[in-house]
Design a protein around this ligand. Structure first.
Ligand SMILES: *Cc1c(COP(=O)(O)O)cnc(C)c1O
Length: 376
């Protein structure tokens, strides 16, 4: 079986984990966490980055920092992971789902303005497959209406929009280092803070409501409980695993892009023949090959393709069931406008094996069986 995903491992992880153990500092905010934060700040030109225990808790922090009041609304796509929505709900938001664009599967920026009410506070830009949303338009809408923008860049680490790293364009950005993402620490994530006004509140929120971070910088002589908070610090054991991968970030990125480009080229004839649709990478977007997907004619054909591939040893999978039709989506949100693409496009989408280290042999086999299916 060719797996759909294998968690990334570059070979130096154990060395750094042992180093963390030997340092007798395995709780949060030790040397490796600091190195990871600093690496991302430098590489992505980010004002401040804080490792968190997951992409979900980075989103929790982002929405809590937006300081939502009861009845406040958050605009987001329905075609996203449940974390995007549940983090907003936890912070007290009502969800307003907006349709997606079929070419990138991202929120349709032209539908956002119509969904804004006097209770809207936040727009969420989730960069599907590591391909950027139309951020210039989204930021312009947000500024004109006085709204915050949270980027769910869980899939977008190392991707850019007009030269800027995803996660650094909105007010707050969220990364995931789950084992299914391009760079991993098992479970983990990071919050990117682009407005320094959030720095102090974010540190307090992340450190159980205390000003402990300030204390360690010598800015207060003892630390105390100052506000509500939680514990969003990952262990150094996890941070040291991630450090190994960040050191090899370009190698991982290039390896994934090579697989992605090979898939893209191989399936072009199928697209030319009108048998499948392939992902679009808009002008100005550099992606990170987080995912390779193609779109079948409909749900029936997709189900048959996934079964056929499985029969021939290739694990391909579909993706999100639209949140607005899920039980919690019905409870916490409403869909604004018409669902023209969200359900239809999600029904057709299938993802192929994609991970760091996918061999040429496996890639060629995956391509062969997809071609066979459509040419049979
Ligand atoms: C993976 C993912 C998350 C959640 O990240 P975790 O680290 O698994 O908590 C959130 N949003 C999107 C779009 C994701 O792909």
């Amino acid at each position: 079986m060719i797996p759909f995903n294998i968690p990334p491992c570059v070979g130096t992880e154990m060395h750094y984990i042992q180093q963390a153990i030997a340092s007798h500092k395995i709780c949060g905010d030790g040397q490796f966490t600091k190195q990871c934060n600093a690496w991302m700040e430098e590489r992505f030109s980010a004002q401040k980055v804080l490792l968190t225990t997951s992409g979900t808790t980075a989103l929790d922090m982002a929405f809590l920092l937006c300081d939502l009041q009861p009845g406040d609304e958050v605009i987001l796509p329905s075609f996203t992971f449940s974390s995007t929505a549940t983090a907003a709900v936890l912070a007290g938001a009502k969800l307003v789902f907006v349709d997606i664009r079929p070419d990138t599967m991202n929120i349709d920026e032209t539908k956002i303005e119509a969904a804004i009410t006097d209770r809207t506070r936040v727009i969420v830009a989730m960069h599907y497959a590591g391909v950027a949303c139309e951020m210039d338009t989204i930021m312009d809408i947000a500024r004109r209406h006085g709204l915050k923008v949270v980027e769910d860049a869980a899939q977008g680490v190392m991707s850019t929009y007009k030269g800027r790293a995803l996660g650094t364009i909105g007010d707050l950005g969220c990364y995931s280092f789950h084992e299914t993402k391009n760079y991993s620490m098992g479970e983990g994530g990071a919050l990117v803070i682009n407005d320094p006004a959030y720095n102090e509140r974010a540190e307090i929120l992340r450190e159980k409501g205390t000003n402990r971070a300030k204390f360690f910088r010598g800015q207060v002589d003892k630390y105390t409980w100052v506000d509500f908070g939680d514990s969003y610090l990952p262990s150094e054991l996890n941070a040291s695993y991630l450090w190994a991968q960040l050191e090899k970030a370009d190698e991982i990125n290039n390896d994934r892009l090579a697989t992605w480009n090979a898939y893209r080229a191989a399936f072009q004839p199928l697209a030319d023949a009108g048998k499948v649709e392939l992902p679009t990478i808009p002008e100005g977007c550099a992606h990170n090959a987080h995912m390779f997907y193609l779109k079948c004619k409909n749900l029936e054909e997709r189900t048959a393709l996934i079964a056929y591939l499985k029969e021939h040893g290739v694990l391909a999978v579909f993706h999100y069931v639209p949140l607005h039709s899920a039980p919690a989506g019905l409870k916490f949100g409403r869909f604004d406008g018409e669902d023209v693409y969200t359900t239809k496009e999600s029904d057709r989408l299938v993802r192929l094996p994609m991970y760091y280290g996918l061999t040429e042999e496996d890639r060629v086999a995956a391509i062969k069986w997809v071609m066979n299916f459509f040419n049979q």
